[in-house]
Design a protein around this ligand. Structure first.
Ligand code: C2E
Ligand code: MG
Ligand code: MG
Ligand code: MG
Length: 283
């Protein structure tokens, strides 16, 4: 009796496998027409210099405004878009639209865009980036692309060549979610990264966890020696901000500095300083 009631209560909170599959099927079907129906929206989150407090970069974060399901997180639909290959045209739309937004910001503020491994393998990523920049009239130096370690596991030599070609355009390359993959350090440093973004799971261990401190300090130290900027992701508290700065990170990103906001809520403050407003459109 109690067991049956317990199971019912559990089912009330936990969607059944059927629910999950139905939602996934709904998303898979909807993704195909989402681009032409203009259902994607760009959000931007500031990356801040820990020294000056100024916004150095805005990272582009994609959201899908589904007609029935509402605002859907990329954690949910990006894997489906990768599976179907739709991430390639979607990614190109993100790049093109984000470059247009960045034109409205002061010159010294850069734009970061996430690239999926599928895009890195697609036939003409370098040509696409180059023509998007040209069409928008955005200097290549203002663009950073973020890739994760999983993108590097696929095809070593091919991805290495693509990254060198992207960099030859003048575009910077960041390694995203650093520390969560299984690449050895020697493997990672074969690639031409300008920036390492330490995954937020490490920042979450601050200020108390010794392992998190040791890892962040080591990466920051290595970055300084190699001339690679080190950014802490997921900074949520003042204490964490002080901590990552003391450990040697030069920039931070996280809810403390600003949540991702809709393009229209990226505000330009006085004296060319950029702020992300704390407007209501958040996710
Ligand atoms: P990411 O590139 O590592 O982006 C950072 C994620 O951490 C964002 O989640 C952001 O909202 C979240 N975040 C930022 N600060 C904090 C914080 O202080 N605490 C916590 N708990 N979270 C924080 P979001 O927007 O849900 O994006 C998730 C992932 O989806 C991104 O991780 C990225 O891998 C992927 N993604 C987003 N947009 C795109 C895109 O246009 N293309 C591709 N290929 N992937 C994208
Ligand atoms: Mg990213
Ligand atoms: Mg990240
Ligand atoms: Mg991530």
């Amino acid at each position: 009796q109690a067991k049956a009631a317990g199971r019912n209560t559990f089912r009330f909170f936990q969607p059944t496998l059927d629910d999950v599959l139905r939602r996934e099927e709904e998303m898979r079907a909807g993704l195909r027409s989402a681009l032409e129906n203009a259902e994607f929206e760009l959000f931007f989150q500031p990356i801040v210099s820990l020294e000056s407090g100024d916004v150095a970069v805005f990272e582009t974060l994609l959201r899908w405004r589904h007609p029935r399901e509402g605002l859907i997180s990329p954690e949910e639909f990006i894997p489906l878009a990768e599976e179907t290959g739709l991430i390639v045209p979607i990614g190109e739309w993100v790049l093109r639209s984000a470059c247009r937004e960045a034109l409205k910001w002061p010159e010294h503020v850069r734009l970061a865009v996430n690239l999926s491994p599928r895009q890195l393998q697609s036939s003409d990523l370098v040509g696409t980036i180059s023509s998007v920049l040209q069409d928008a009239g955005l200097r290549p130096e203002r663009l950073e692309v973020e890739i994760t370690e999983t993108a590097l596991l696929q095809d070593d030599e091919a991805s290495l060549a693509v990254l060198h070609a992207i960099r030859a355009l003048g575009v910077r390359i960041s390694l995203d979610d650093f520390g969560t993959g299984f690449s050895s350090l020697s493997h990672v440093f074969r690639y031409p990264f300008d920036k390492l973004k330490i995954d937020r799971s490490f920042t979450a261990g601050l200020p108390d966890k010794m392992e998190a401190q040791a890892l962040i300090r080591a990466i920051a130290c290595m970055g300084r020696d190699l001339g690679i900027e080190v950014v802490a992701e997921g900074v949520e508290t003042e204490t964490q901000a002080r901590s990552v700065r003391a450990l040697g990170c030069t920039a931070g990103q996280g809810f403390l500095f600003g949540r991702p906001v809709a393009a229209a809520d990226v505000q330009l403050g006085g004296r060319g300083r950029v702020q992300a407003s704390s407007g209501p459109k958040r996710l």
